[in-house]
Ligand binder design. Structure first.
Ligand SMILES: [Zn+2]
Length: 100
């Protein structure tokens, strides 16, 4: 399992979550993409793995309203559309495509 990042900075105005990893890799993730990639049972069918979230309905200007560490392995993100059940493991975040 991947170690926790050394820094997570929300750049709300840019719509970017910047994550610095222990190997000094800096990843920048689009907040909207994070919302669209939400791994929770409300967004992905647990049995089939098919995404049930309508990504077209996610606003372009969506923000993150809260970040909460989950144990040593993940962060829980709450979004401005009221969705707050997505738990993003470090492994998953590290593998996500970095933008810009
Ligand atoms: Zn979700």
């Amino acid at each position: 399992m991947r170690d926790a990042p050394t820094d997570i900075t929300l750049k709300q105005a840019e719509g970017i979550l910047a994550i610095t990893w222990g190997d000094e890799a800096l990843h920048r993730h689009s907040v909207r993409e994070l919302r669209c990639e939400c791994p929770c049972a409300g967004c992905v069918d647990e049995r089939t793995g098919v995404r049930t979230l309508d990504v077209e309905a996610v606003p372009d200007n969506i923000g993150i309203t809260n970040m909460e560490l989950v144990g040593r392995y993940a962060v829980k993100l709450a979004f401005s559309d009221g969705h707050d059940t997505g738990i993003y493991s470090w492994d998953r975040l590290y593998q996500m495509q970095s933008v810009r």
